[in-house]
Design a protein around this ligand. Structure first.
Ligand SMILES: [Zn+2]
Length: 359
């Protein structure tokens, strides 16, 4: 098996080129959904999809990388490993790899998309609306989103003081919940469904009308202990009882509303999937490969956001490098571990989804 490290690409353009070449080598069908936004070298941006197995699947394993742009480096590497050694597929099964749902964020080394929207706060369907902001976020806005370029301003100390005053858990929940009030702020959920999610939803509906079971894995990096593997499920999602799923994945599952490491989120991709494919039984797991302490991640996100809005935003800047290191550490051991955790979860989920019920 190739080392995980060698599967990491230095930028979006090379990651996409490698993904397309690997899909071709694997005999996968390939699709690309074009976005209007451009990369830093004026390159085009696409959400790429590689499809292995039958074109009319009843059971679908769906893997998604790069909902949070810059977090896609580990997801892209994992998908290259999966194309080189895919899990066995039954006659009614397909494996679909979604390469970088937020290509703008990967290309520009941002977590948000071309409209500063956090796509995992943007998947509102049906009756949901793009409004609402936790009251505590409003109080933290000036601290989280200064209207100036990056600078030392005792952020850690001030956030610590806010934690003492309001409770660390309440502060964490208020920040990460998603907000619809500050378009230049962190964790902004947007005012409408974003182009990337819209294209992806339409594609899923058009391509998978006959799917009876869908197992989706959404790969992220950042949350949890360094190189650790945290699996988070959406409350109320999934046709399999939690214990059964946990056994199949040989891993404890955390519920985003109760897990100490996590927080409840509005407008997540996982919560939207059953509404996107109402005919399918949906299982969904958000996989987090941990990187560094949460305070360092939020600080790096904050400084990069200042650089994007109030600096000139180019890639050759410490704010960009710090964010990349906070969400995709350069350490070879971390990169190897990330690809191993990423591929293992797919193999386990696939062997459960594609189990022979009649044996
Ligand atoms: Zn993420």
């Amino acid at each position: 098996m190739v080392s995980g490290v060698s599967l990491f690409s230095p930028d979006y353009a090379s990651a996409r080129a490698r993904f397309r070449a690997a899909a071709l080598r694997a005999g996968a069908a390939h699709d690309a959904l074009p976005l209007a936004a451009r990369g830093p070298h004026d390159e085009s941006l696409t959400i790429d999809l590689a499809w292995l197995g039958t074109r009319r699947p009843r059971r679908v394993m769906l893997h998604i990388s790069g909902v949070h742009g810059v977090e896609a480096f580990a997801g892209s590497a994992t998908q290259l490993a999966l194309l080189a050694a895919p899990p066995p597929l039954p006659a009614d099964g397909a494996l679909i790899l979604t390469h970088v749902l937020n290509p703008y964020g990967m290309a520009w080394q941002r977590r948000a998309n071309e409209h500063n929207v956090d796509l995992n706060r943007n998947f509102h369907l049906g009756h949901s609306t793009w409004t609402g902001t936790p009251p505590l976020y409003r109080r933290l806005d000036a601290l989280l989103n200064p209207t100036s370029p990056p600078a030392r301003d005792a952020f850690a100390l001030r956030l610590g003081a806010a934690g003492l005053r309001h409770g660390v858990r309440a502060v964490r929940q208020a920040i990460a919940h998603g907000q619809h009030r500050y378009p230049r702020g962190l964790f902004y959920g947007g005012a409408e469904l974003q182009p990337g999610p819209r294209l992806f939803i339409d594609w899923l509906r058009a391509q998978l009308p006959g799917a009876a079971s869908l197992f989706a894995i959404d790969l992220h990096t950042g949350l949890g202990p360094h190189a650790g593997n945290t699996l988070i499920v959406e409350p109320g999602i999934g046709s399999a009882p939690l214990a059964e799923l946990s056994r199949a994945l040989r891993q404890p599952l955390e519920d985003s509303s109760t897990a100490p490491a996590a927080y409840a989120v509005r407008g997540s991709l996982g919560a939207a999937l059953p509404g996107i494919l109402p005919g399918a039984g949906v299982e969904f797991v958000l996989q987090e490969i941990g990187t560094c302490p949460a305070l360092r991640v939020i600080h790096a996100l904050r400084e990069e956001n200042r650089w994007h809005h109030y600096g000139d935003g180019h890639l050759d800047h410490s704010a960009k490098r710090c964010l990349l290191e906070a969400l995709c550490p350069a350490a070879p051991a971390w990169r190897d571990a990330a690809v191993m955790q990423g591929t293992n979860l797919v193999y386990r989920a696939a062997s459960w989804l594609f189990r022979d019920e009649f044996s």
